[in-house]
Design a protein around this ligand. Structure first.
Ligand code: 7RM
Length: 635
């Protein structure tokens, strides 16, 4: 059993030990896993190349830790509860014994399809247990999974498949979320037109939609499973063998394939799950993230299964069939831990207390939030209404690149402050730095958040582009991992994340690069240039504001706006559609040709009283025109 901190004194004592003797500390945690061969060197690292190796020379398979090891004690215990989109449809309970068998079968299917250790496999599936089976089967045979969120467009799917050169795609006929039908196989077909590297496509029949199956390429999941043996011996993996790739947006260029490896990620996912949420055996854990984001990977799949937990997978959305759905789901499955995003909380807040009426939420012990800063009002509303004032809220700060939670309260142990992620977990050494890269020491300060020592879950590279990995995260401040987030440390040493300081926008907890949206907009025939910034949005946290220059007279601005929005949907996905589009004649540029986003952000925020220093602008008059246009647009 993975150790669990029980008191705040124990936290402080372990924190100190983890900083003074990190190798001893993490070796002590790693001992609680199944190894085929023990490691010989706990840690080898530098942040200049950068190079990070945890548990060097160790051999293991993460699925033996998720499945095989639980077979003697938990064969009949539920591993996954699946709650469908439509509450009238039957939910599913899959035991550790059943999951083990499914994963072994699908591992044999993969082998039969020619999958070898190190191959990349793309998973484009709805929120169904088969997604978990597919991920674990990849890990079992040593293939690297790349899960793509099923809200991405065919173009984005193709970009991700091509970047990792995936030879197999696993998808479904389609899905229904809320009332929206999504034809996944059709989207996958379009993507495969652009992705010649895909040799085979395995299709899970979820909703019996009509699909086209291309002979020799497309195969049905059920046919393959029916013919596959339920016995598979897990591949022996090196600690540092890749486990998965997950694409995420940065401030510039195409999405990056964040690469995680086996042992460090495993140890970190399991340890943080058990300690942050204070998970108790047999309890029901529900994380509402999608499996296509890192939160789904670590806290729906790996963290819970490594701990032998009961993990609930919810296919639907918070507003279907009504805005009480979360609360019905908690009541129905007697959920003990509920982990969701601030954006969902804010959207439910609008509907008041009515949706809670008559619902028994007494099973709840701990609430959690993730993905974006939570405002104090939303925090209190969640605390009062979902938690009835007596469930701690863990505001967990982390990133795709960190693999697991880095800064968070330990539920019921750390004294809370609304909207604060509070204190670093053991092994995590945050530092705040100023613009020049000097460390800001002491309390009551604010700066850019960096981490100065590796933890086991840190990403090891960007797939196929280690130089970009170095320059994105390790070159801004020498010898530090730079998170891209701004942060305050208050008088008590508590951390409060204030949001991104780079050109990444966080819309409803979805990370979107301004550059990606601009590239999509610029493809419209009328558009010569665009600049995208965030503005505060009551529900989504941030919204997308696009300033667009056209090279001809626009006959109908509304038509153009909707064409631009549709094009962004097509290139990225509906979640990246700009909320506001303002046509402008020019953008504020410096003499060196750089767009002054700071000024555009101020205008988008509606705060034009003080635009700061505009002396470096080539043509300050441009600003008056943009200001006037913005007032026009926003009323
Ligand atoms: C887990 C996840 C990462 C970015 C990160 C932050 C923001 C995440 C919090 C938060 C304030 C939080 N991975 N973020 N958690 N901001 N408080 N508790 O979200 O790669 O998709 O996004 O999300 O800006 O850098 S992610």
């Amino acid at each position: 059993m993975i150790p669990q901190i029980k008191t705040i004194e124990e936290y402080h004592q372990q924190y100190t030990q983890s900083i003074e003797h990190p190798e001893t500390f993490w070796a002590g945690i790693a001992e609680h896993f199944e190894w085929k061969q023990k490691w010989t060197q706990v840690l080898e690292w530098n942040f200049t190349e950068p190079k990070v190796k945890w548990f060097g020379s160790g051999k293991l398979n993460i699925t033996e830790n998720c499945l095989d090891r639980h077979q003697t004690t938990r064969r009949n215990q539920t591993a996954i509860i699946w709650e469908p989109n439509n509450p009238g449809d039957k939910s599913r309970h899959i035991s550790y014994g059943e999951l083990f068998e499914l994963v072994q079968q699908f591992a044999n299917v993969l082998i039969q399809q020619g999958v070898k250790k190190g191959d990349r496999i793309c998973i484009y599936l709805p929120m169904v247990p088969e997604a978990v089976v597919a991920m674990l089967a990849c890990a079992r045979v040593g293939a690297i999974h790349s899960v793509v969120f099923a809200g991405f467009s065919s173009q984005s799917l193709a970009d991700r498949i091509n970047d990792a050169e995936c030879k197999l795609l696993i998808t479904a006929d389609g899905m229904i979320r809320g009332e929206k039908k999504v034809e996944l196989k059709q989207i996958a077909d379009e993507a495969m037109q652009l992705s010649p590297c895909v040799e085979r496509c395995i299709v899970f029949n979820h909703k019996s939609f009509t699909v086209q199956m291309q002979a020799g390429r497309d195969l049905w999941w059920n046919d393959l499973m029916a013919a596959a043996s339920p016995l598979h011996e897990a591949e022996s993996m090196d600690s540092e063998d890749p486990l998965f790739i997950l694409y995420t947006s940065g401030s510039t260029g195409k999405p990056k394939g964040v690469l995680h490896t086996t042992a460090g990620y495993m140890v970190y996912a399991a340890y943080t799950f058990k300690n942050v949420f204070q998970y108790q055996d047999q309890d029901v854990f529900c994380c509402t993230a999608d499996i296509g984001w890192v939160t789904g990977h670590t806290y729906i799949v790996y963290g819970p299964l490594l701990n032998g937990a009961v993990t609930l997978m919810f296919e639907g959305i918070p507003s279907y069939p009504d805005t009480g759905r979360f609360w019905s789901l908690i009541e129905k499955h007697k959920v003990n831990y509920f982990y969701t995003a601030p954006t969902a909380i804010r959207s439910l807040q609008l509907h008041g207390e009515e949706p809670f009426k008559g619902k028994d939420l007494s099973s709840l012990k701990v609430l959690g939030t993730v993905g974006e800063p939570i405002n104090e009002e939303a925090w209190h509303w969640y605390h009062q209404n979902a938690g009835k004032g007596n469930c701690p809220i863990v505001d967990t700060w982390w990133q795709t690149e960190t693999g697991g939670i880095l800064i968070s309260p330990l539920a019921g142990i750390t004294l809370l402050k609304p909207a604060y992620a509070t204190l670093p977990l053991p092994g995590v050494q945050p530092v705040l730095v100023d613009e020049k890269g000097n460390e800001i020491s002491g309390n009551g300060v604010e700066g850019n958040l960096c981490i100065k020592f590796p933890w086991p879950g840190i990403a090891r590279s960007l797939y196929g582009d280690h130089e970009r990995f170095r320059s994105m995260y390790f070159s801004t401040y020498p010898n530090l991992y730079f998170t891209g987030d701004g942060c305050k440390r208050d008088e008590d040493g508590y951390y409060r994340i204030t949001g991104r300081v780079d050109d990444v926008i966080n819309v409803s907890g979805h990370r979107i690069g301004t550059g990606e949206v601009e590239d999509a907009i610029d493809e419209h025939g009328y558009v010569v240039e665009s600049a995208v910034v965030a503005f505060p949005h009551e529900i989504k946290g941030q919204g997308i504001y696009a300033f667009v220059i056209c090279d001809r007279n626009v006959p109908d601005e509304e038509v153009l706006r909707s064409e631009i929005r549709n094009h962004v949907s097509k290139m990225i996905g509906a979640f990246a559609r700009p909320d506001k589009i303002q046509m402008v004649n020019a953008l504020p540029k410096t003499r060196s040709g750089k767009i002054m986003r700071r000024i555009l952000r101020k205008i988008a925020e509606g705060d034009t009283s003080n635009l700061g220093d505009i002396s470096t602008l080539i043509d300050p008059l441009v600003i008056d025109a943009i200001k006037a246009g913005a007032e026009n647009l926003n009323g």
